[in-house]
Write a protein that binds this ligand. Structure first.
Ligand SMILES: [Fe+2]
Length: 271
């Protein structure tokens, strides 16, 4: 894991690192902190309680209300102009020229405590590469919690498999089935046995953001605490002659999800 200063001004360096299987933690970004504040303000308005009260069960809300409010919050953050502006500013802060950035939607994910009930179709994810679903091997992922988390309550990555074939169900998985069916997994996954000591996970303070390749094998860890995290993915269409993107070792789907990504400035789809 590389901890890098915020001001890099060199996206080629970021691309080279993550496409080689490295994970970057950008620390204390003002813009990420603003996104967290905005998200928590939306949370307070929609839930009528603070995030802390929600986590401590000091909210008198039925599970069905919490679930409904969470979906409202998700929709809110997808459309929020302040979040959009601050994420763009974060990308500029680390050096990306937003003219060349194609971005997936912002997504907020709730992870219940171990054996707790998930909201709707948002189940904790089994190990997967995002590229098994998107088939875009230059995809870069960004992930951060909206509160402090311990390493036992974070995402985990398995860098050991970055350059190895992993058996998976990408051949039969379909995004359309996921959209229609609550019990269908949100991504293709693998059933291989991953040892705890092969998983890399992260204690993250508020304002720190993880950056890794969409080809990196990853999944959700759960412990006694709940978690809410923010995530999105980008594709950077610049410096393409200077970088080598990850090879497809094991995606067996033929569907390329270019229409998940839109240019951050023009809103045009990736072509
Ligand atoms: Fe993922």
């Amino acid at each position: 894991m590389k901890k890098l200063p915020i001001k890099l001004y060199d996206p080629t360096f970021i691309q080279k690192l993550v496409f080689n299987g490295e994970v970057i933690v950008f620390e204390k970004s003002t813009f990420i902190n603003r996104i967290i504040e905005t998200t928590r303000n939306h949370f307070n308005k929609i839930f009528g309680v603070t995030l802390e009260d929600f986590f401590d069960d000091n909210d008198n809300l039925a599970f069905s209300a919490k679930e409904r409010f969470f979906f409202q919050l998700q929709n809110k953050i997808k459309k929020c102009s302040e979040i959009k502006a601050n994420f763009s500013n974060f990308l500029k802060e680390v050096g990306f020229d937003t003219k060349y950035v194609f971005k997936d939607q912002y997504s907020l994910r709730y992870s219940p405590k171990l054996n707790g009930k998930a909201f709707g179709k948002l189940k904790p994810t089994l190990p997967h590469r995002d590229t098994w679903a998107s088939n875009l091997f230059d995809q870069i992922n960004f992930w951060f919690p909206i509160h402090k988390i311990s390493a036992g309550n974070s995402i985990y990555l398995v860098p050991k498999y970055f350059k190895k074939k992993v058996e998976n169900n990408s051949k039969s998985w379909s995004f359309e089935k996921f959209k229609k069916n609550d019990d269908y997994p949100s991504a293709p996954y693998t059933k291989i046995n991953i040892q705890d000591n092969e998983k890399v996970s992260f204690q993250l303070d508020k304002g720190n953001i993880l950056c890794f390749s969409g080809h990196q094998l990853h999944g959700s860890l759960q412990n006694k605490k709940q978690r809410i995290n923010f995530e999105t993915r980008i594709i950077y269409k610049s410096n393409l002659n200077k970088i080598i993107i990850p090879k497809n070792y094991d995606s067996n789907s033929k569907v390329v999800k270019k229409n998940w990504f839109r240019n951050i400035t023009t809103n045009k789809y990736l072509d």
